[in-house]
Design a protein around this ligand. Structure first.
Ligand SMILES: Nc1ncnc2c1ncn2[C@@H]1O[C@H](COP(=O)(O)OP(=O)(O)O)[C@@H](O)[C@H]1O
Ligand SMILES: [Mg+2]
Length: 329
């Protein structure tokens, strides 16, 4: 259990997750009120990661249901293990024959098989999928319903039912109620609006692209080896790139990939040629790369002007021979 909002911040930070008070408050309240959290926001801003670190911080096993178009109850809840049922009927064929012995008609034979079908539709042959696993787990778990916006509205309605009662009914087995109520987090990349009913059931959390300050802290946490000034240039340029009208706006994942790439290239400055050579690390569409490329000189000049206007940097300068300055300085 998290004891306070501040404990959420510090416990998540221990897992390498930088979060502000707003996020921590929703996580804390979800635990206190026993309500699921619906986390919405663009791709790559740390929604899935948030669920993972909350699970680890609470010592809960994470059960993840990855949603996709066409996902149905069977895939999310349980399936019958047909191949095992078939194998058992093969191995038990002597017993099956004995059961049928003396049957006077096909109907009677079928009736005798039907009388025994509970053997084959028992827990032994059920394959629990994530929702069932979360409900039947003896240990308290964290259920992550990831990218729920990719599922169909019918599935969302079914999910809502499960989240209301935390029990499921399997016709052959009866109603199975949760042994413990799981902590639930749903994420959505905002591909479609979630229903009002789902929103009502959940605490809502919107995670947007981070502020420069937060992104620098994340970078420092995840790629601590990177030079501080290079990190500042990178984050500042990333924010300008996000303002362009792009098909796929780069997210925190791309910032981290870019930083790691610059490290791998031993880059000490983010000058125009270095940015040109590495733009494909952060932009995934040719059109976006061309657009950013066209704006690049302007962007770098704008950043340089901003840096100059902000006055001298507080970043420590190396004491030995001065390095070649980047376009931003
Ligand atoms: N606040 C944060 N602190 C630390 N790392 C973060 C943070 N937000 C995002 N990340 C990193 O960004 C990457 C993308 O996060 P992810 O959870 O997969 O995004 P989403 O699920 O929103 O698409 C991961 O590598 C994650 O570690
Ligand atoms: Mg995700």
């Amino acid at each position: 259990m998290f004891e306070s909002v501040d404990r959420v911040v510090s416990d998540l930070e221990k897992q390498g997750y930088v979060c502000d008070k707003r996020i921590a408050t929703v996580v804390f309240l979800s635990q206190q009120l026993g309500k699921p959290i619906l986390v919405e926001g663009p791709a790559g801003v740390g929604k899935t990661e948030l669920a993972k670190v909350v699970a680890t911080a609470l010592g809960r096993h994470l059960i993840r249901l990855q949603c996709y178009e066409g996902l149905d109850e069977a895939k999310a809840l349980y399936e019958w293990e047909y191949s095992k049922q078939l194998l058992y009927t093969q191995l038990l064929k002597d017993q099956v024959s004995a059961t049928m012995e003396g049957a006077q008609s096909l109907t009677e034979a079928a009736q005798r098989v039907a009388d025994e079908d509970s053997v084959f539709f028992s827990e032994r042959f059920v394959v629990p999928r994530p929702l069932m696993q979360a409900i039947t787990s003896e240990e308290p778990v964290l259920l992550l319903v990831d990218e729920v916006d990719k599922s169909d509205p019918e599935f969302e309605a079914f999910l809502l039912e499960v989240l209301s009662d935390f029990q499921v009914t399997v016709p052959e087995l009866g109603t199975i109620a949760a042994k413990q109520i799981p902590l639930v987090m749903l994420t959505s990349n905002d591909a479609r609006e979630m229903s009002d009913a789902l929103k009502r059931r959940c605490l809502h959390l919107w995670i947007d692209y981070p502020s420069e300050e937060l992104e620098l802290r994340i970078l420092d946490q995840k790629v601590p080896e990177i030079d501080k000034r290079l990190a500042q240039d990178l984050v500042s340029l990333m924010h300008s790139i996000r303002d362009l009208d792009l098909k796929k706006v780069p997210s925190i994942s791309e910032t981290l990939d870019w930083a790691r790439s610059l490290l791998a290239l031993n880059a000490s400055d983010l000058d125009e040629s270095m940015v040109t050579d590495t733009l494909n690390v952060i932009l995934k569409y040719e059109g976006d790369i061309n657009k950013a490329q066209k704006e690049l000189s302007k962007l770098l000049q704008q950043k340089a002007a901003e840096a100059a206007a902000a006055g001298p940097q507080v970043v420590e300068e190396p004491t030995e021979a001065p390095k070649k300055k980047g376009v931003l300085h």
